[in-house]
Design a protein around this ligand. Structure first.
Ligand code: CO
Length: 465
């Protein structure tokens, strides 16, 4: 019997897409033992924005959360999302920091590391792959992930080439990540058939979002075309900017005669558990019902929804909403000049802001943001297509583009030592130091709060005695 497996995203991407990753561990600890029996391919539960949100908003130690997940989901693959050399942020870290982060992630319980680079510059994911292999145990899966976008240079042939490269690099599985939810059923069919022909029996995964309304149709075509794993969210946390629904796909696949390995009672129980949690966050305003709607604008303007709302907010602030149409028309031009980068964070914001600036100043590239200059210099990696020569000359001023890998190749331990020194006795583990390297301000505050809380508790204990 044909088999398609499901990755449950409620703890990470659905949580991030619908409610800005504000779901505390305590809210879902009670359902983990059941989730462990559901039969998912994996549970995506860590990485992405969860780490930042734990420290910044929830007063939680992300590593402790991971250990809790590991303890309560002993039979399930725990999955994280990792932005290659940027780990969970936007800066390029040194190789030894990437190595330590991966070592600790696996040690604390991660099984599947899904690794991507916003530009699909695979030099930026090579170290993360190498380290995953180095610290792998029998459950570890290194998943190579492609940021999916549409442009004249992003052809089916180009994606097939990328997949062949990921296979050659040594990844165990490949994931197509359609972060804006713009992949159409037609594109899915051609892509997946082509890729499956090229990579043989290697596991292929589709990650998409319901944002534009395409997802269910796209996934259906993907299944017919040979996809092995799809990402879904328990139904009350599905739809809108999140993933398609787990139970819906279970029933549809069952009628197809395709095995999922899922336990029907358990996946329904999981959804029942999350219903009141969802309601709680709708009531307190944390979950905006707007994020549950379908927004097809991304298909019309070829711009992700989040980027549009960001642009509208900026123009409104500057009392320049009359320039909205002109700014919108400017985006494809800027994107083409920059060599068609995928419009994913942080590039979506950078391209949007540059388009607005061009229109407001009334002259193209009279002002160029620092981030765009760094991108043009090569600091983020190589653009998918050549950058406009005039723009390149203007920014480089005769200098050579930089190699994004030079800085990273240092293996001196200096970032780790400096972080350890900065924390002093606040740090009690390598995990604390790693949190600080990723998010210095938030971690400093979190560790100070932890210390103060413990001192308070110590005082209470003495008084009570
Ligand atoms: Co996603």
């Amino acid at each position: 019997m044909k088999k398609v497996q499901l990755t449950e995203t409620v703890l990470r991407d659905a949580n991030q897409s619908l409610m800005a990753t504000r779901l505390p561990y305590a809210d879902y600890e009670g359902i983990l033992a059941d989730m462990d029996k559901a039969g998912y391919y994996s549970v995506e539960c860590w990485g992405g924005a969860t780490f930042d949100s734990c420290l910044r908003y929830l007063g939680e130690d992300p590593w402790e959360r991971l250990r809790g997940l590991r303890k309560n989901l002993p039979n399930t693959r725990l999955q994280m999302l990792l932005r290659g050399q940027n780990l969970l942020g936007y800066k390029h870290y040194h190789d030894d920091v990437v190595e330590k982060f991966i070592e600790l992630s696996i040690k604390n319980g991660i099984d599947v590391i899904r690794i991507f680079d916003a530009l699909n510059d695979f030099r930026n994911i090579a170290t993360a792959l190498e380290c995953t292999k180095k610290y792998a145990n029998e459950r570890t899966v290194a998943s190579g992930c492609i940021s999916y976008t549409q442009s004249p240079v992003h052809t089916v042939e180009k994606y097939i080439e990328m997949c062949k490269e990921l296979k050659t690099m040594g990844f165990d599985t490949i994931c197509l990540k359609d972060m804006a939810g713009t992949m159409s059923p037609y594109e899915a069919e051609h892509l997946i058939k082509g890729i499956k022909d090229a990579i043989g029996d290697m596991t292929l995964i589709l990650h998409t979002h319901c944002t534009t309304g395409m997802a269910y149709m796209t996934i259906t075509k993907a299944i017919e075309s040979g996809i092995d794993v799809i990402d879904t969210a328990t139904s009350c946390f599905s739809g809108g900017t999140s993933q398609p629904a787990t139970e819906t796909m279970y029933y549809a696949l069952k009628q197809y005669g395709i095995e999922t390995g899922l336990d029907e009672d358990v996946i329904n129980k999981v959804n029942d558990y999350f219903k009141p949690i969802k309601q709680k966050y709708i009531d307190n305003g944390q979950l905006n019902p707007k994020s549950l709607a379908t927004d097809a604008q991304a298909l019309v303007y070829k711009v992700p929804g989040g980027m549009l709302s960001n642009m509208i907010a900026n123009l409104t602030d500057m009392h320049a909403m009359d320039k909205f149409d002109a700014a919108l028309a400017e985006i494809p031009k800027v994107r083409a000049d920059l060599g068609y980068p995928p419009l994913v964070t942080p590039l979506s914001q950078m391209v949007g802001n540059q388009a607005v600036t061009n229109v407001l100043v009334g002259e193209r590239y009279k002002n160029i943001s620092k981030e765009i200059k760094n991108y043009i210099k090569g600091e983020y990696g190589i653009a998918p297509a050549p950058i406009n020569q005039e723009l390149l000359d203007k920014v480089l001023e005769g200098a050579q583009p930089v190699d994004c890998r030079i800085e990273d190749q240092k293996r001196t331990g200096e970032e780790f030592i400096a972080a350890k020194e900065a924390l002093g006795d606040l740090a009690r583990s390598e995990e604390d130091v790693m949190s600080y390297i990723c998010y210095p301000d938030q971690t400093m505050k979190f560790l100070n709060d932890r210390k103060a809380k413990e001192e308070n508790e110590a005082v209470y204990t003495i008084e009570e005695m």
